[in-house]
Write a new protein. Structure first.
Length: 252
């Protein structure tokens, strides 16, 4: 059965001290909860990954990276490889976040390369995608989302695909305070699951967790997570506050 997942994308926030503090607070808050069916993941910035891994040991907090380079190693100044992430204990990497696509020109083709590299190094992937406002206004959201998934992921075989967590993040809802309605989220998640079923069959489609991301807050998490095809959330702003993050985790 697929797991529920709440993942916090800290983006370019939290220095070393703040990372230690937030991991500690999250650890403490989830300690007494019954989280048997929910995974909790945090994604600090690269320089604080090792500390976050260390500070989350023997707890239910898992640590993900926000990005990685597609090459194994070499002359790529300023970049971070899959092997480097693994060497500090990271097991999961976020790929394809809309900010990476928009500000760092990450295309579907490049993301397909990153996906292959991550899987070759046995990293689990949280793969993000989502339509822009103009796509939704013109009724093209399913076509856009379908092609993002197909172009970056559909070269994978079934076994490899099972190592991918999907995160549907409509660009118009990220950091804007505007959330997709629970019905909009469910409709898109159902479309995504059907797209997976058409390609890989029902067994794979039913086993892949599909997260929703875009202004999820304590006040709206419960309703969004109650939808049958929504398996959790990728959380930005609200993940920076332990109390809010815990309230979202508890929405399951
Ligand atoms: C995100 O950046 O992945 C995100 C969902 O951000 P926010 O929750 O702030 O909209």
């Amino acid at each position: 059965m697929r797991k529920n997942i709440v993942a916090g994308n800290w983006k370019m926030n939290n220095d070393l001290k703040a990372t230690r503090k937030l991991v500690k607070q999250i650890r403490k808050s989830i300690k007494k909860s019954n989280l048997n069916t929910t995974r909790v993941i945090v994604a600090p910035t690269f320089v604080n990954l090792a500390t976050a891994v260390k500070r989350s040991k023997k707890s239910k907090v898992e640590v993900a990276a926000q990005n990685m380079h597609q090459a194994n190693s070499g002359a790529f100044t300023g970049e971070i490889s899959a092997e480097m992430l693994k060497s500090v204990g990271v097991k999961t990497v976020i790929l394809g976040h809309s900010e990476r696509r928009a500000y760092f020109n990450e295309t579907d083709a490049l993301l397909a390369e990153k996906v292959n590299t991550a899987l070759a190094h046995k990293l689990e992937i949280i793969f993000c995608f989502g339509e822009e406002l103009a796509d939704r206004k013109s009724g093209n959201e399913e076509a856009v989302v379908g092609s993002q998934i197909k172009n970056a992921l559909f070269h994978l075989g079934s076994d490899a695909f099972k190592k991918v967590i999907l995160a549907y993040e409509p660009v118009w809802a990220i950091g804007t305070g505007e959330t997709a309605s629970p019905e909009q989220a469910q409709d898109m998640h159902a479309f995504i699951r059907k797209t997976l079923a058409d390609k890989y069959g029902n067994e794979v489609a039913d086993s892949v967790s599909i997260l929703y991301g875009g202004s999820v807050k304590p006040g709206n998490a419960k309703e969004i997570f109650s939808k049958p095809d929504v398996d959790g959330g990728l959380i930005g702003g609200a993940a920076l506050n332990a109390k809010d993050f815990y309230a979202i985790i508890s929405a399951f």
